[in-house]
Design a protein around this ligand. Structure first.
Ligand code: IYR
Length: 220
């Protein structure tokens, strides 16, 4: 007997036609997901947020280390503090730190340095990556941290969309202020800031087109 037991994996299987239907339905639903920059302040239950995070935490990770912490912020004072710090950085970004090419690429999204949504959205989920783990006074290695946390963030966005809620993948830059405001330990680095909630009424989104199968798949 090994000290690392295995248990039976119980697959859920579908007929080929069911599989095709489910795959088409899932694609169609996922294709309606959009990044939203204007939120309603309507509350979202904490229990829902927790389940969304638990879904994110089902993502695969290097050596199953799950090298992530999700800070879920609904406290208005902390949201205000985060907005202030993010806008300070973004103001500098939009007024010189970002290249002309970058600003041109962002023009269709109509973003600017102002980040109202950081106070309006009922929840801000800040995803931290754990560069390493701390056990007592020992450092323990984590592996493929960016890949792992990126996967968890993807699961989170899909779960949020599945709930009929909206999100924005926000990357204030630099964002070490989040580590300070949220009092996170040295091994945790901010990875993404994801406002979650209901969309503002009649919200509009840029008329973007997604790449086609021919653009993104190559078969061999
Ligand atoms: N972080 C800035 C700029 C920005 C960058 C990219 I790449 C985007 O897709 C959108 C925005 C901001 O949040 O405004």
């Amino acid at each position: 007997m090994t000290e690392f037991p295995f248990i039976k994996y119980k697959p859920r299987q579908f007929s080929e036609s069911e599989m095709t239907q489910r795959t088409d339905d899932f694609y169609e639903y996922m294709d309606t997901r959009r990044s939203i920059r204007h939120f309603s302040n309507k509350p979202v239950p904490k229990a829902v947020i927790e389940k969304l995070v638990m879904t994110a935490s089902t993502a695969p990770s290097g050596a199953h280390k799950q090298p992530w912490t999700f800070c879920a912020v609904s406290n208005p004072e902390i949201k205000t503090e985060i907005r202030k710090a993010a806008e300070e950085e973004e103001y500098v970004n939009y007024n010189g730190r970002m290249s002309e090419e970058w600003l041109r690429d962002l023009a269709p999204l109509q973003t600017d340095w102002q980040k109202e949504f950081l106070e309006i959205a009922p929840w801000l989920i800040i995803v931290f990556k754990k560069a390493y783990d701390i056990e007592g006074d020992e450092k323990r290695k984590n592996y493929y941290v960016n890949e792992s946390v990126g996967l968890a963030a993807g699961f989170l966005l899909a779960a949020i969309h599945n709930a009929g809620l909206v999100s924005l993948t926000h990357t204030p830059s630099p964002m070490n202020f989040l580590q300070k405001i949220l009092n996170r330990p040295e091994n945790e680095r901010p990875f993404l800031l994801i406002p979650v909630g209901y969309p503002a009424e009649e919200v509009e989104v840029p008329d973007l087109k997604r790449k086609t199968a021919e653009d993104v798949v190559i078969y061999f």
